[in-house]
Design a protein around this ligand. Sequence first.
Ligand SMILES: [Zn+2]
Length: 258
Amino acid sequence: MNRRSLLSAPLILAAPSVWAAPVRKLAPKPKPKPKLIALDPGHGGHDPGALGYRGTREKGVVLSVARDLARELQAGGRYRVMLTRTGDSYVPLRERVARAQQANADLFLSIHADSHPDRDVRGASVYTLSEEATDREAAALAARENQSDPMVAPSSTVARALIAMSQRGTVNDSCKFANSIVSTFGRSGILLLPRSHREAGFAVLTSPDIPAALVELGYLSNPRDEKLLTVRQHQVALARALRASMDAYYAPRAVPRA
Ligand SMILES: [Zn+2]
């Protein structure tokens, strides 16, 4: 080895030792357990739900959006999904609640589309459970949806569920979820009814441990809403907005600066 190479040797040797210095490994962040989302497409089988101006049936539209939403949710690996019905079958409301509870779902979303005697009424709305309905329309809607299950005794079921839900914080979480759907729909350009988050005694929202909301995607009695609700692109847009609302619901809250 000549002098020149001797001088340069430490430099050459130093470099690998710097690079090879043991890097203190950061402990890998524990991966959050995927949340189990219960999707509840309304009606089914002999119960078609609301009927459209041109004959569109609610049960088909809501199953289609629920399937799109299931795909959206499963794609990211952040969520697991269960559907309370997977085909055109009739499932009583109590059974839907029971299926979500048995599966230990983390969140419950019932998916519907409404109809109104006034054909001009259009837009989406979101509901959470309450003994007292926000207004007569919300009460009438809950009564219509509860008709899907003649065995349901809404007033006692709702009262009992609300006591358990308020003890466990489920009421607040349900409202937070409903509000995140309303704001995501607003940002996504999906038309909403005025006072978009309402409350009423929906029998399907009575799981004491599972934050739950019911979304009415629009009015099948309105020709424009009916058309939109049957367009695949719009169904997918609705599913994406609903997935975004779940992302927002589970997003860690910003810590306010002192
Ligand atoms: Zn319905």
